[in-house]
Design a binder for this molecule. Sequence first.
Ligand code: SF4
Ligand code: MG
Length: 315
Amino acid sequence: NNLKKYFPIKTSLFNKSKQVVKAVDDVSFHIYKGETFGLVGESGCGKSTLGRTLNRLYDPTSGEIFFDGKDIAKLNNKELQPYRKRMQMIFQDPYSSLNPYMNVEEIIDEPLEIHTSLSKVERKEVAMDILEKVGLKKEDMEKFPHEFSGGQRQRIGIARALSINPDFILCDEAISALDVSIQAQVINMLEDLQAEMKLTYLFVAHDLSMVRHISNRIGVMYLGKMVEISKSDELYSKPLHPYTQALLSAIPIPDPIKAQNSKRAIITGELPSPIEMETGCRFRSRCPFAKPICAEANPQLKEVDSEHLVACHLY
Ligand code: SF4
Ligand code: MG
């Protein structure tokens, strides 16, 4: 609710100007229990920062974060402990997020040791159980990350996140680094695990085609602002915001004949600096529909159809 995350920038030692990057700038939205909420936008739009602030890996600059009805925005580390156990993360890069010196058993055991009071024997049982759920074998417990393929490594990362039976998972570009064929397998597995373990996902991706099938609803971010939120199907069939329309037209079309004939909207104009955020719509330097009011007033996110919200003066 009205969440902001600003980062100060040090321009130089002698320049004391208090410049900030408004990575997340007054964002309000909700995620239903049990759903998958897709969050998309170009790199630098603030989607990862938003996800990490929600999971309290960052302290918010201001605003509220309600988790199961409780505002966790201002809780300190100790107060956050019970929530940390319930909110986990699956990272983009399984190569760098797994400790190369730990074997799979140790990797999965780490959160269990921190967050549960289970004995070592009990923890091993849980680890073996979750490893099977993500499609790996008991024998894999003794192996190290370098002995696995990228897809298998992402399964280990998922096992680590799920071992402590969390409720909410932030998947930050969780499948972006994987081959397309592996992406589908991992998505199917994440969906099965969601049903089985009653998980809620926030699925962050830079590409709309990646979140299409897994998301119930999708939010589109542009330079720190949420510009559109809609049910997944409707976002593709009836995108309202000019930026969403441009993003959708950027999805590669595999059929070369279709690609030749389709009129693809191309995003033109400069990506404005997120440091200088003057008044008005942030998309206006690239928007083909910009009109005078777009320079004067910041469009507010409002519901224009059932469950379909957009922040644009055209509506
Ligand atoms: Fe374009 Fe204006 Fe809508 Fe912004 S508010 S997206 S500039 S029409
Ligand atoms: Mg990111």
